[in-house]
Design a protein around this ligand. Structure first.
Ligand SMILES: Cc1ncc(COP(=O)(O)O)c(C=O)c1O
Length: 398
């Protein structure tokens, strides 16, 4: 009997908690406290330098969060009023709000069905003479099709900003995602695979951009003269210290997530109603911030059930699986008076077919901490799916 009907759930234990605070965090933090230097100094600089070197980029800036980082990038490129910036509608709201904060107009381009990432095949038709940048999001920690995106952006003379908020550690053809596009942005917010509670990273090889970012972050000053308006969004020494210690375990966690994700993908192959998100063979490291799946609507319809009913039954079995993002073009903030005022116009909110399908009918995800457990933790996910599917007639009545 299904747990939702009073039966025994497949699982009652919790999945591994996140974030994982370690002894390394405690000792580095005490060192900062004992040294008495709270503001951006040696810990921050050391982390920025180490991260940049590991990613193979010249510059890294550690900032307050992964929204400010995107906004800073746009400002430093001089992108604002009258400019258009293309983004996918299937992402966290910050991808949109950072563009609005910059005063530019967000333009939505649809995602691809297999992976829920910006589809290069539909990108070009959205480029106009006003387009200044494309923000490609590595949803779930999966790099988008970077070769194609870089080629299109180069040909049209627009910037490619990689919103790698969820993708620290990911790699495309052995190139770290932070070294892809013109510039990349990472989030170190509490749920992210590398966290210090709140934080963000900007990485680039572009010296001109880096100089502008440094100026804005330095309060707008260059050589002692305030040449632009700026603000110090840099992280404190405490945050930099935690980033440093957490970074030490990132590599091992990436390998574990990849291993568990591969095992889960293997188990899900047994089931014909759910597909793991496909990923491009050119991806040499997937960060698996999320494990994305697709419940094929036609197959569910044949059994007369919906994704909502299926997920509800899964949750009762003790598996925290959820439906994922809703399209940004449906959010009240996208059409709000504030947004209209900030960008001096309206955002086109025409629904896009693949995003509609992903958001309302097919998408489902598991969060990264579920991939940090044992093989049994993963088996429980697949076993719960098999159980719920076998009881489709009961699910239909939910
Ligand atoms: C795709 C994406 N972009 C941007 C952000 C914003 O990052 P932050 O929460 O650090 O501001 C997030 C965070 O959830 C995200 O997932």
């Amino acid at each position: 009997m299904l747990a939702i009907q009073g039966g025994t759930p497949i699982r009652t234990e919790k999945y591994p908690a996140w974030p994982r605070v370690t002894d390394a965090d405690r000792s580095i933090l005490s060192a900062v406290v004992l040294e008495g230097e709270m503001h951006s100094g040696k810990y921050r600089r050391a982390f920025e330098e180490r991260f940049a070197a590991d990613c193979g980029v010249k510059h890294c800036f550690a900032v307050a969060n992964g929204t400010v980082s995107l906004e800073l990038i746009l400002r430093a490129y001089g992108i604002g009023a009258g400019d258009e910036v293309i983004l996918p509608p299937y992402t966290f709201v910050a991808t949109l709000s950072s563009i609005v904060f910059a005063g530019a107009t967000p333009v939505f381009a649809d995602i691809a069905r297999g992976n829920y990432l910006l589809d290069p095949r539909v990108l070009e038709e959205k480029i106009t003479p006003r387009t200044r940048a494309v923000v490609a999001v590595a949803v779930a920690g999966c790099p988008p099709m970077l070769d194609e995106l870089e080629e299109i952006c180069r040909r049209h003379g627009v910037r490619l900003i990689v919103d790698a908020a969820q993708a620290v550690g990911a790699a495309w053809r052995d190139r770290r995602i932070c070294a892809c596009g013109d510039v990349a942005s990472i989030s170190c917010q509490n749920t992210k695979n590398l966290t210090c509670g709140e934080g963000g990273l900007i990485t680039t090889n572009d010296d001109v951009l880096a100089e502008k970012l440094a100026c804005i972050l330095g309060g707008g000053a260059k050589d002692g003269v305030y040449i632009t308006v700026g603000q110090d969004h840099g992280i404190s020494e405490y945050q930099a210290a935690i980033l440093t210690s957490q970074y030490g375990k990132l590599g091992g966690e990436i390998l574990l997530r990849e291993k568990n994700a591969a095992y889960l993908a293997g188990r899900l192959k047994e089931l014909d109603f759910v597909k793991s998100a496909s990923y491009d063979p050119r991806i040499t490291c997937h960060a698996f911030h999320l494990y994305l799946m697709r419940f094929e609507r036609e197959v569910l319809a044949e059994r007369g059930i919906t994704r909502r009913q299926f997920l509800k039954a899964m949750n009762a079995e003790g598996i925290p699986v959820s439906a994922g993002y809703m399209p940004l073009y449906t959010f009240p903030c996208t059409v709000s008076a504030d947004t209209v005022r900030m960008i001096g116009g309206h955002i086109d909110v025409t629904p896009l077919p693949e995003c509609q399908r992903a958001s309302y009918e097919e998408g489902a995800w598991l969060t990264q901490n579920l991939l940090l457990g044992t093989r049994k933790d993963i088996d429980d996910i697949a076993d719960a799916m098999i159980k719920v599917w076998a009881h489709a007639d009961d699910v239909r009545r939910l």
